[in-house]
Design a protein around this ligand. Sequence first.
Ligand SMILES: Cc1ncc(C[n+]2csc(CCOP(=O)(O)OP(=O)(O)O)c2C)c(N)n1
Length: 295
Amino acid sequence: MPNKNRKAIAADVVTQLEYKAYELRRKLILLTGKIGGAHIGGSFSMMEAIVALYFHYLAIDPKNPKMESRDIFILSKGHAGIGFCLALANRGFFPEEELDSFNQTGSHFAIHPERGIAGVEASTGSLGHGLGLALGFALAKKMDHRKERVVALLSDGEMCEGSVWEAVLAAAHNKLGSLVMLIDYNKMSQDGPLKEIMDISPLDEKLRAFGWNVHEVDGHSMIEILMAFEQLPKPLSNKPSAIILNTIKGKGIPWMENSVTWHYGGLDSEMEKKALRDLDKYYKPIRKAFEELKG
Ligand SMILES: Cc1ncc(C[n+]2csc(CCOP(=O)(O)OP(=O)(O)O)c2C)c(N)n1
């Protein structure tokens, strides 16, 4: 049954967002080369989701980051802060050049996102706390009868933590329809496949059993992510929602994909050149579609 409330998403919007995800991956490679090392794998796996949020879905205003009616986003997997901060800069929260000092001595950009940076709602990086923080925002909004969304993006590694499941329980108990949990399900952690560390499958069934709405999508398909956003129940409804993003750690550069080596890594100038070349090749169809759109 087609959902009558579903808004059509224009093809050119999808192309522009897909191109943005490619462009930010490119910027991340260049920045990694400059600063010496970065969390590339987990930034690349969440890139389409971050772009869909910051360049399409979230009600935010980079010129007024504290706007009362803004949606709230929390990057629970704070180690991917470099990917997040690149999106914030590119969206206009602060000049992109500021990121040249990312994770350098004296910089206000530490390796994890910190409150105080325009657009960052909560300091994260200690895994397992972002959903609890988002739950607090959502509860406050419910008490105030406000309709904004509260979105938290978690890694699959965080789904091994008890604090997350406590927040999952509490969100359903408190009927927090505004709360959306995105899970970057890349099936890899810092030092191996998640199945070997702690198997969290079947994640959809577990979350449904805990009283959540669950959507499962290809986390690198922009259209699938946007459609999942369109299908979210209204913020004042009674059930929290999860979107499981099936992703690939290191997505976009074949020799980085599904490899723990690229959870965090550095690039010398030869590797940087190779990474850019391979990325451009990988995204050739998207680059072509974008060029055609520009005419
Ligand atoms: C509480 C806590 N324990 C350990 C770490 C160190 N750490 C950083 S990233 C990571 C795991 C990375 O795997 P995953 O969480 O699945 O993230 P992704 O694959 O999306 O990068 C760990 C254990 C941490 N940041 N916080």
